[in-house]
Design a binder for this molecule. Structure first.
Ligand SMILES: CC(C)(COP(=O)(O)OP(=O)(O)OC[C@H]1O[C@@H](n2cnc3c(N)ncnc32)[C@H](O)[C@@H]1OP(=O)(O)O)[C@@H](O)C(=O)NCCC(=O)NCCS
Length: 503
């Protein structure tokens, strides 16, 4: 018997199927055993297909967006010369059959993003699916390079010109080198890269094998690899899917110039350039400077499991002003808590503090007098912040961190009052679990303080700190090791007080 996947492979030869739903792409990003396809057939003819990726999250089963895929969803094979209303009727019939299939699968969540050409979301809406709009920017090949250039603001044109001057050449590098630069973006933010090196290596190899990928790398005038972009394409569109940046090159505008080069390459090849729109504010602000058409597409979603509905509602409630239960946490009446802040159970916020929008503070923390927590800062559980500390945007404190009185965080290495860099360019600081920072110490931004390290009073930290290190002086140098319990380890790495040994 012919399987659905075999029929779908034939369907893909006859109908335009976006890159992300092509069988080889699904095999690459999902693993061949983790995706399948539902078909809507009329006799022997496949009239519509819905490839889908199933992800097991604990005991929950999600149909969800495949990794590195902007869209999946239903692909319609329309009969020729259909009236608009007949086309919509056909779409409705297919969606009704698809939702019946989805509901029969017994998944906990259905969530797929549809390609921008799909607009008829009402049949989903009528079945209580939610429809969440997203935006990408697209530049179509009917535009000439001159038209595109003249659409840019003069400030942006100057940035691109500077980037072009700072670029020695645009070339390709080895996959390994490309991946290392891509990983740097996450390292800088103090978060782990969402994809393993093996996954990325296989991804790049497969896109290359199917002639569906092109690498663009900017080598700057110092000979350093400064920016990289990997674009993938199908018969109609080229998508900017992976990008890497050398943190030392962020200001030389080679990134702006490189992306402009990618756009021109797409247009020369008669492809629409799709920026793979991001919901992250800083990235959106960067992309929109290229004056592409804001193009809407839809995320269609339904949760079938009541437990998931409840836990999602709880998460949302936590972000509402006033959610913090006065019996569960304490906020002194002289302090200001902005909208969209979450404060965990048992946390105490003392006099004259300000917690800004989007900040998340865990359970059983204590904020002394005159503490400021900036926008979107995340603070773990059992964190103690002494008087007069500002935790700026870009700083993350893990569980059990201690910030001594009047210690100072920073988020801009080269500040200028007249040339603000904007929050997207703040350098991140990650303070890992159990670390302590002494009174009046300064942490120069862009560094990670390892687990259970200890920073002496008045020290100025200028580089990454290893776990358990005792750092003192200006600039701070390692002068020893400290146990988890706070005991300074003198002659051995085993603590005389609690018996623990550090690695
Ligand atoms: C770094 C620290 C943990 C060292 O404690 P310790 O081992 O008992 O220190 P000692 O007094 O034995 O000093 C050891 C050496 O380090 C030096 N030293 C101590 N604290 C220092 C500091 N903050 N900066 C620079 N050097 C320091 C001492 O001068 C001494 O140097 P020497 O051997 O050349 O004489 C401690 O001094 C410190 O700064 N703790 C933080 C206190 C704090 O800020 N608490 C906040 C909450 S109130």
């Amino acid at each position: 018997m012919v399987s659905n996947k075999q029929k779908y492979a034939l369907f893909c030869q006859e109908t335009f199927v976006p890159l992300y739903s092509k069988p080889w792409y699904m095999d690459t990003v999902c693993g061949s055993e983790n995706w399948d396809v539902w078909l809507f057939e009329n006799g022997n003819q496949v009239m519509a297909a819905m490839p889908y990726y199933i992800e097991n999250r604990g005991r929950l089963k999600h149909i969800t967006k495949a990794p590195l895929a902007q869209n999946n969803g239903i692909i319609f094979n329309y009969a020729e010369n259909l009236r608009t209303s007949s086309k919509q009727k056909f779409e409705e019939d297919v969606i009704n059959a698809a939702t019946e299939f989805i509901e029969g699968l017994g998944v906990d969540v259905y969530e797929q993003q549809y390609m921008p050409t799909f607009k008829n979301y009402l049949p989903f809406f009528w079945k209580r699916y939610s429809v969440i709009p997203r935006i990408t920017y697209r530049i179509t090949p009917d535009k000439t390079p001159e038209e595109i250039w003249s659409s840019f603001s003069s400030k942006f044109k100057n940035q691109i010109k500077k980037g072009q001057r700072m670029t020695k050449k645009i070339t390709e590098v080895s996959f390994d080198e490309f991946i290392s630069l891509y990983e740097k973006v996450y390292i800088k933010q103090g978060v782990s890269c969402p994809f393993s090196r093996d996954f990325l290596l296989n991804y790049l190899t497969c896109c290359d094998k199917f002639s569906a990928g092109k690498m663009f790398c900017a080598i700057d005038i110092n000979g350093d690899l400064s920016y990289s972009a990997y674009c993938v394409f199908d018969e109609r569109n080229m998508y900017y899917i992976l990008g890497g940046v050398n943190p030392d090159s962020e200001k030389n505008n080679t990134g702006e110039a490189l992306l402009y080069h990618c756009i021109l390459y797409a247009l020369q090849n008669n492809l629409t350039f799709d920026f793979e729109g991001s919901v992250i504010k800083g990235i959106n602000h960067f992309f929109r400077k290229y004056e592409g058409n804001p193009t809407e597409y839809f995320r269609i979603r339904k949760v079938f499991n009541p437990e998931v509905v409840l836990s999602e509602a709880q998460e949302q409630a936590k972000m509402l002003k006033g959610f913090e239960d006065k019996n569960e946490c304490f906020v002194h009446e002289s302090s200001y808590i902005d909208d969209g802040v979450y404060i965990g159970k048992g946390t105490k916020i003392w006099h004259f503090c300000h917690v800004q929008e989007g900040a998340v503070i865990g359970e059983n923390c204590s904020l002394g007098q005159n503490v400021n927590i900036s926008k979107n800062v995340h603070i773990g559980n059992r964190v103690k912040i002494q008087n007069n500390v500002s935790v700026y945007e870009g700083v993350t404190l893990e569980d059990g961190v201690f910030c001594g009185p009047s210690m100072v965080f920073t988020n801009d290495l080269t500040p200028r009052a007249e040339f603000p860099k904007g929050s997207a360019n703040y350098k991140k600081t990650l303070v890992k679990r159990g670390a302590s920072i002494g009174a009046n110490a300064t942490i120069v931004c862009g560094h990670t303080l390892g687990e259970y390290c200890m920073i002496a009073a008045g020290a100025v930290v200028t580089k990454d700190v290893p776990p358990h290190a005792l750092m003192a002086g200006v600039p701070a140098k390692q002068i020893g090791y400290v146990c988890e319990c706070g005991e300074i380890l003198k002659d051995s790495k085993t603590c005389k007080k609690c018996g623990k040994t550090i690695d």
